[in-house]
Ligand binder design. Structure first.
Ligand code: 26V
Length: 825
């Protein structure tokens, strides 16, 4: 029915083909006889883009006309992946395109594969932002995303001789999904100094003067909702030299080189995504990125608000701004500066507006990831902002002093300024003080932040300021797009594709759990997905894997807290166990493929060592004649969103094995279960809520609980820990014998566990991990029981849709409502 309102779809396949041919011949200036798959992709993308942009225009007009509250999602990362498949499915015209393309001589799958991923993110945090945009549009919320248009996204990973090598990801060569808005620009100021002046009313006003200016240019990407005409906007800012192509003064005075250098320095700001996740290095360029993006976005938001001619006190009724982690925290300071310095509001009135506008989401408790900026750096780059931060802190500490008189320790602990050498601005504290709501991303995580890193703020502001919104994923990309056959099978049992917009409808599947034909088709689909992945593995690594083996997958950023090292130690243990068996006994074992994927931050030495060990172990095991198909170890190169779309549907069991209390939520855990895979995991992040939804018998939990982690670490520090796990000791011995290459290469990983306090508790959890893997084997042997677990789990996953999650933000934090479409066209 929604297509009644849609005025922009292709009428039929012929209409689609005409548009493709037109784009090949005119936009691309090629003859149809000289049209390869790349050109077919470009023309198809352009044809769909034309349609989207009409809906995009209408959506913006509708939202302006209704003038209701808008949501702005500020994120330094949007891990969008490919856009074409998503666009075709969301507007409901993939079938038509498939037929049209095949008449033109192309297979739609091959055309889709031509597209380069938009990889403007590191991992979970960036992909969450992308899922949120999909839900916001699909649910008809008036919402914009704001980010940076990096010239280079996350690096491409190559594995050379078992080591990670980083290659730049230049993705903008041909990007049909972005619209440059050369007329939407903002001048952004850096450095300079602050002058105090008295205005006509006798009031002191601060002027930020001098310094340098960089231009922000807007690039817009349409975000189509699923089965709705709503097409929202993602606005990404690109940096450019402010004074045109060259500084003509310098140019004319013969200083050509320095004028080019100025230009390049300006363009450097949006050049590259920082590839660290969960590590703050305090680099000046990163702070420049943050302010550049925040200032441009706020200017845009304020400009839009001012057009409505409303009084300032209505700003929070019209605007909700969500801070994706602390990266955009300067927005709080910038809005206060705009209101006080530029718009002449009194401090308190301005501050009220600011606090009621912002919400802050925390995504990690790891201390090394909590952002701090040195006071001298902020002073130098943003002198006026530092003054405002000090004033915010002063008024906040006065409030604390009134509530808890004489508690000097408390004042020191909660101060936005850390009294270190040099002094540091604690961005999370600033974000809390400047927001009306602070949320964590899974129940355990939200409890932990309130009990640990932010506990003093709970005392000061009361518990109502803190809340939980458990993460979710979009079922459009992570079920319908990634696993079309499973989606179709589910639709056949739940009365159509309604579950894609109301994921709780999956619960109808449980009625069919004993339906023989249904179970058979279910198993066939999983097998076909495994065959597809097996082909990819063979084509890219040369390793042959047996698709009837149990596929055991761990794909995510490589980090010690995620414990890929424990997984590979477990694989070595399995190898040693198999080697010790008689050939007869060996033949009774269950074949397994251990699949890894993920990038290490370029400067994270230990993570790179883990990748090297995985590849070295694979090189030995995969070529051991005694082992054959019983165990393979594979590292899939360059894990990204489109690889995830292939890997996740092919998994039997996936690993979510972080040290309890360290993984804020995890979101791939949800994707794997939704695609009919089971998981092995610790009691951490969203694993706990997944367990509550799907029930204990359907998940393989192991390991110590989060409340046990501190005491165990304490025991390690004071020599009171249990001795090294004997199975793990045996694994270390084998590595040190040189079975997997030069043991020196892996000495750091071993000593972290054996000699340096085992911070991530690999040894403490090892026996439980191994025993649970045996339980997985046992369960998988009973194929019928396994399929029952899978179907039951999928049927109970409705809660983890990002639609549920976005509705919770809308109601509990933003106070916004969806726009009824069709009424105000
Ligand atoms: C932090 C930093 C620190 C400064 C340098 C660059 C940088 C880049 C990213 C981050 C964010 C780290 C937090 C993060 O990614 N958290 C992940 O968020 C997911 C979505 O909520 C969640 O599922 C993961 O468990 C959590 O690790």
């Amino acid at each position: 029915t929604w297509r009644k309102h849609q005025t922009s779809g292709f009428k039929d396949k012929d209409g689609f083909e005409r548009e493709v041919v037109r784009h090949v011949e005119t936009t691309l200036a090629r003859s149809l006889y000289n049209c390869d798959e790349a050109a077919a992709y470009s023309a198809t993308a352009l044809a769909f883009r034309d349609r989207l942009i009409l809906e995009w225009n209408r959506t913006q007009q509708r939202q302006t006309f209704v003038d209701s509250k808008r949501v702005y999602y500020l994120s330094l990362e949007f891990l969008m992946g490919r856009a074409l498949d998503n666009a075709m499915l969301n507007v409901g015209q993939k079938e038509l395109a498939k037929v049209g393309l095949s008449e033109l001589g192309f297979r739609i799958e091959d055309v889709i594969q031509q597209e380069h991923d938009a990889a403007l993110g590191n991992g979970g945090l960036g992909r969450l932002a992308a899922c949120f945009l999909d839900s916001l549009a699909s649910l008809n919320y008036p919402a914009w995303g704001y980010g940076l248009r990096y010239r280079y996204g996350i690096f491409k990973q190559e594995i050379i001789d078992g080591y990670q090598v980083e290659v730049p990801d230049y993705w903008l060569d041909f990007n049909p999904w972005e619209f440059p808005r050369h007329d939407v620009t903002v001048d952004i100021q850096f450095y300079g100094s602050v002058e105090k002046k008295t205005n006509d009313a006798g009031r002191t006003v601060c002027h930020w003067e001098g310094g340098e200016t960089v231009k922000a240019v807007a690039y817009d990407m349409p975000i189509p909702g699923h089965a709705t005409p709503t097409t929202n906007n993602l606005r990404l800012w690109s940096s450019k030299a402010a004074s045109g192509e060259f500084d003509f003064q310098k140019f004319n005075s013969g200083d050509y080189e320095s004028s080019v250098a100025d230009q390049q320095r300006a363009e450097t700001i949006s050049a590259v995504l920082y590839p660290n996740d969960n590590l703050d290095r305090g680099k000046e360029l990163r702070l420049k990125q943050q302010y550049f993006w925040v200032a441009a976005s706020l200017y845009d938001i304020v400009r839009r608000f001012k057009k409505t001619k409303r009084p300032w006190n209505e700003f929070p009724e019209q605007v909700a701004i969500q801070l994706n982690d602390t990266h955009p925290t300067l927005a709080i300071v910038e809005l206060q500066r705009i209101l006080v310095d530029l718009e002449g509001l009194e401090w308190d009135e301005a501050w009220n507006i600011v606090v009621n506008t912002f919400g802050y989401t925390n995504h990690t408790v790891l201390p090394e990831a909590l952002e701090k900026w040195s006071v001298p750096l902020v002073q130098h780059l943003l002198p006026r902002h530092l003054q405002i931060i000090y004033d915010i802190n002063l008024f906040f500490l006065q409030k604390v002093e009134r509530k808890f008189p004489g508690d000097v320790q408390l004042l020191r602990d909660v101060s936005i300024i850390e009294e270190s050498q040099p002094k540091m601005v604690r961005m999370a504290y600033l974000a809390i003080v400047g927001s009306h709501k602070v949320n964590g991303v899974a129940e355990l995580h939200s409890e932990l932040i309130q009990a640990t890193i932010f506990k003093d703020f709970v005392r000061i502001f009361g518990p109502d300021k803190f809340t939980n919104v458990t993460n979710g994923i979009t079922p459009r990309r992570w079920l319908h797009q990634a696993n079309p056959r499973l989606s179709e099978l589910i639709a056949s049992k739940t009365g159509g594709y309604g579950f894609l917009k109301d994921l709780t409808q999956l619960n109808q599947l449980e009625l069919h759990v004993n339906d023989k034909q249904f179970r058979k088709e279910w198993a066939e689909i999983k097998y076909a997905n495994k065959v597809r992945l097996a082909k990819h593995i063979t084509a890219t690594t040369g390793i042959t894997v047996n698709p009837t083996a149990l596929f055991d997958v761990q794909v995510k950023r490589i980090h010690e807290y995620k414990r890929q090292q424990m997984n590979i130690f477990g694989a070595i243990h399995r190898y040693l166990t198999l080697k010790a068996m008689s050939p007869e006994e060996r033949q009774k074992q269950l074949p397994r493929v251990s699949i890894f994927g993920g990038k290490a931050a370029p400067g994270y030495w230990m993570a790179k060592q883990i990748i090297h060990l995985i590849n070295s172990v694979g090189a030995v095991i995969n070529n051991d004649k005694d082992i054959g198909d019983l165990l393979k170890v594979v590292f899939v190169e360059d894990y990204n969103v489109s690889k995830a779309e292939m890997i996740i549907p092919a998994s039997d069991i996936s690993e979510h094995i972080s040290t309890a209390g360290t993984e804020a939520s995890g979101t791939s855990n949800m994707k794997f279960v939704l695609n009919g895979g089971l998981i092995i995991g610790t009691c951490d992040g969203a694993n706990i809520e997944i367990t509550r939804e799907i029930d204990e018998p359907n998940i393989f939990l192991f390991g110590h609980l989060s409340e046990e982690v501190e005491p165990l670490r304490h025991a390690h520090r004071y020599g009171a820990a249990s001795p090294l796990d004997p199975d793990l000791a045996r694994v270390f011995e084998e590595i040190e014998k040189g079975t997997f290459g030069n043991p020196q290469d892996f000495a750091g990983m071993i000593s972290a566990v054996r000699d340096h306090g085992d911070y991530y508790l690999v040894s403490d959890d090892f026996s439980s991990y191994i025993a649970t893997h045996d339980a997985v084997d046992e369960a998988y042997r009973d194929q019928e029981g396994w399929i029952t677990k899978c179907i039951t789990s999928v049927s109970r996953m409705g809660f983890f849709s990002s639609d549920r999650c976005i509705n919770e933000y809308a109601e509990g934090i933003w106070n916004v409502e969806p726009l009824k479409v069709g009424e105000h066209a």
